[in-house]
Design a protein around this ligand. Structure first.
Ligand code: SF4
Ligand code: SF4
Length: 146
């Protein structure tokens, strides 16, 4: 079920900002892909193999712009990937943190609801990535035994 809160509606919209819809790596969970498929989008058009390999997927950006970014807006806003819902919260080297790519990240920091929802989202992404990696490793083991 989609989740998130109104912080993006206010901070991003008020500042007319779409910086995070450009030149960014957006990991796609299985749930993200299913939601976008349900909307009628073709997976080949919006997902590609992750630069990290291991059967992970990431969102397609063309010319540095997200495939779903149209006329300055997110055309799949209510079904956007989890990583977009929680941005500017990202998983960094030292754990979860606000990404400085967002020029307004200090405004997000003060909202407890946003922080709590972001942690939920981040945990979903981590669980999904771990599941994908474990399936991938099982397949590799079976392939090597064959
Ligand atoms: S899916 Fe929407 S919010 Fe996410 S990067 Fe693309 S346009 Fe931006
Ligand atoms: S960079 Fe920050 S303020 Fe700009 S759209 Fe993304 S989350 Fe919103």
């Amino acid at each position: 079920m989609p989740f998130g809160n109104g912080m993006h509606m206010t901070i991003c919209a008020q500042n007319n900002c779409s910086i995070c819809c450009h030149d960014r790596e957006v990991v796609l969970t299985h749930e993200d892909v299913s939601r976008l498929l349900t909307m009628g989008h073709y997976e080949q058009t919006f997902a590609r193999p992750s630069r990290h390999g291991h059967n992970l997927k990431e969102l397609v950006f063309l010319g540095g712009e997200c495939i779903f970014h149209r006329s300055g807006k997110c055309s799949v806003y209510y079904n956007r990937p989890t990583a977009c819902r929680i941005f500017p919260m990202t998983l960094q080297e030292n754990g979860p943190g606000l990404d400085n790519l967002c020029p307004h990240c200090s405004e997000f920091k003060t909202d407890e609801e946003f922080i709590a929802a972001s942690e939920t989202g981040l945990n979903r992404i981590i669980a999904d990535v771990q599941r994908t990696l474990s399936t991938y490793n099982d397949l590799e083991r079976k392939r090597n035994k064959a």
